[in-house]
Design a protein around this ligand. Sequence first.
Ligand code: ADP
Ligand code: LRH
Length: 489
Amino acid sequence: MSILGYDLGASSGRAMLGRIKGQRIEVEEIHRFSNDPVQVGSRLHWDILRILHEMKQGLLKTKHRGTELKSIAIDTWGVDFGLLGRDGELLGNPYHYRDGHTEGMMEKVLLRHDAADLFGRTGIQFQPFNTLYQLYAMKEADSSILGQAEHLLLMPELLRYLLTGEKHHEFSIATTTQLYNPVQMDWDRALIGQLGLPEKLFGQVVMPGTAVGQLRSTVTAELGISAVQVYAAAEHDTGSAVAAVPALSPSFAYLSCGTWSLIGTEVEKPVLSDAARAANFTNEGGVSGTFRLLKNIMGLWLLQESKRAWERAGAVYSFPELIERAEAAPAFQSWIDPDSAVFLTPGDMPARIRTWCAQTGQPVPDGPGEITRCILESLALKYRYAMELTEQISGKTFNGLHMVGGGINNLLLCQWTANAVGKPVWAGPAEGSAIGNLAVQWIAQGEFAHIGEARGAIRESFPLITYEPQHSEIWKDAYGRYVNKTGLQ
Ligand code: ADP
Ligand code: LRH
């Protein structure tokens, strides 16, 4: 029998059917849709009901191809949430983490709450869009929605609730809030109280692989399908992506490469050191009690948003076209720090990149080829920076980097990453999050004994492309100039 994994990224969602045939995993994309935020007045929202509609299309398409489903699970991007009223109704449309309402909130919280204490309690990086600061912004604005709320559900939990009627939190996504204590393994209720946030919003947390209900009867009746078991996957997409890294060694470095670039390593316990805090590393909950010690890098959002700006101006390019132009553009002209706060919100990304380069005394990139080259080189060089920090903070050394996610379709970025880090890159699978989601369901069903066995099967089932580093001396020299130009050193 097949199982279904919904992987909902910030740029697109997909429903992937999986089955095990002999020793191999087979995965088929049954439905894919773009995930388009909607601006309403000055607020940026997720279109939650459209996402739910698209998820139902995945179930319908599964039915139409005559496939019987044993189970489903969901993973999504982190930090965002919906609030439910006392009757279980969804109050309002969830905000997008790039919405402006969190501006200044992290700073405000940190005036009242010691940063070292906050990191020590949660192990989570300081990002202005964390659930903590979103809730704080709502509190400061005296939000009527927050005032009426009885439950908070993070995005995958909310979608699971809409499909099952059951309200459970899941560990990996809960940790992204910066309100979960990974040592106590529960919500940090003392912290929640100190911040003046309603404690009642936070309920029971289950681990990845827990059976969390069945599709509700209204859904099965509407779609004309039978009841299906629903599991909690590692419901944070990065957690699912890392579950699918086909590493042979237990000590590996990964780069989950999509809208965001998440680079780091898996650890047994959260690393709560001053060095981890100073470098703004995070410890997100993973599968089998592991944690993901990693750094967020702004990622291919920079290219997605540039592409949208060019589209608005009437010039439509595909990703492969942009990559081809980047390859033809002159090398090592100008770089950005992808993580500069100016790049976080939606807007005219090419203009912001040009301004950044002008302000740092670099040649100003012009046109899609030069801008794309600037983005991709800057990402590859920043990956080296983050990988070196991962080694220092974890005390591990890595002989290469595993890359998963849609970004591995960008072969130029994979090669430049290998060149920049000076070590091989092993790219695959592109649909890491969906495959990790399926793997957790199979472990729960006893198809795999543990995550190591599932990773072995993933390695056997999906192509892994090796990129050996090229022009190492040139890239090493470029890296030295990059850290100076971007002020990273
Ligand atoms: P998310 O899950 O965050 O929505 P994905 O993992 O799906 O993101 O990765 C999306 C990114 O992958 C795109 O922004 C794009 O940069 C890259 N990508 C996808 N398809 C291609 C392609 N055919 N060629 C080059 N890059 C691609
Ligand atoms: C990647 C991701 C990342 C979060 C961000 C909000 O999709 O889940 O791990 O920090 O989205």
